[in-house]
Write a protein that binds this ligand. Structure first.
Ligand code: CP
Ligand code: NVA
Length: 314
């Protein structure tokens, strides 16, 4: 496996390896501080980022390398240079490329035309590095045995919903996504891909439109912003009205399991997708989740650059 272009690229074994390495990097950040010595990692983002950018730059530094951050309009891509040519050029300087942008197909094209590992740092369709941080955090809360547990995401059927379904499928989990349906449902192709993995992993996938049913007895209640980067601003009022019943309130949390946790990839909008008393309450693990963005990106870089991930075998 050369690249991490989408969550579904990972095998169960890859995820296990990455989670274990991330747990090591959580305790000992400088355990492999010469893995990228004298090397650079390009981080190219055409959307804003707080966590992914800072976690990526910190991860590269902890591995002994130097990050090169490139903003969307810095490159000649904006003046017509092709993605393929750009990919070849970056491959000549850097040891890996982390890319955050809109279209998944642009990330795929960068991967296909690079000789270095390309890592998806979020697209409109997926957010694989986030899900690894989420699952290290889940493992810290519940251990390795997740049998009988239900992992629920409520809200918009966006990139996070897709990634939640896919990673849950890879982990063999009982994973639930509840959205208002229609325009806010997860993409059919993403659901189908998760179902295909679930058939082999033994995961149970449920796509619902009832937030209470989804929250009932869940071990994890996860949500994300209702307006994602790139969502048309003129749709805000309609979208927020449709999603209002999916807000994570104390009442919704009360339906979950007695040892449940609240998760959110952040940034959060208190009073919108989540009530302040939930996200700032005792069941919330958001700071640990955010902390693990660095440990997991460090693990991805470490193993991808060494060619130690096998790729999806589902
Ligand atoms: N969760 C996440 O990806 O955060 P940023 O958008 O700040 O990188
Ligand atoms: N769905 C959100 C995730 C942010 C980390 C977005 O794409 O903006």
């Amino acid at each position: 496996m050369k690249d991490l272009l989408r969550t579904a690229d990972l095998s169960r074994g890859d995820v296990e390896l990455l989670l274990d390495t991330a747990a090591d990097f959580a305790i000992k950040p400088f355990l492999a501080n010469s893995a990228l010595a004298n090397r650079t990692v390009a981080i190219y983002m055409t959307k804003p980022s707080t966590r992914t950018r800072l976690a990526s730059e910190s991860a590269v530094a902890a591995l002994g390398g130097t990050p090169i951050f490139i903003r969307g309009d810095d490159l000649q891509i904006g003046r017509g240079e092709t993605i393929a040519d750009t990919a070849r050029i970056i491959s000549g300087y850097a040891s890996a490329l982390i890319i955050r942008t809109f279209k998944q197909s642009d990330v795929d094209e960068l991967g296909a035309n690079s000789t270095i590992p390309v890592i998806n740092g979020l697209t409109d369709d997926d957010h694989p590095t986030q899900l690894l941080a989420d699952w290290v955090t889940i493992r810290e809360a519940f251990g390795r045995d997740i049998s009988g547990r239900k992992f629920t995401y409520v809200g918009d059927g966006n990139n996070m919903a897709h990634a939640w379904l896919t990673m849950g499928a890879i982990m063999g989990a009982h994973v639930v996504v509840a959205t208002p349906g229609g325009a806010y449902a997860p993409e059919q192709s993403a659901v189908a891909a998760a179902l295909a993995i679930a058939e082999k992993s033994g995961a149970k996938i449920e796509v619902l439109t009832d937030p209470q049913e989804a929250a009932k007895d869940a071990s994890v209640l996860y949500t994300d912003v209702w307006m994602s980067m790139g969502d048309p601003e003129e749709q805000r009022a309609t979208k927020l009205a449709a999603l209002a019943p999916f807000a994570v309130t104390q009442e919704l949390m009360q339906l979950t399991a007695s040892d449940s946790i609240f998760m959110h990839c952040l940034p959060a909008h208190r009073g919108e997708e989540v009530a302040a008393e939930v996200i700032d309450g005792e069941r919330s693990v958001i700071w640990r989740e955010a902390f693990h963005r660095r440990t997991t990106i460090q693990a991805i870089l470490y193993h991808l650059v060494r060619g130690e991930l096998s790729g999806n075998t589902f």
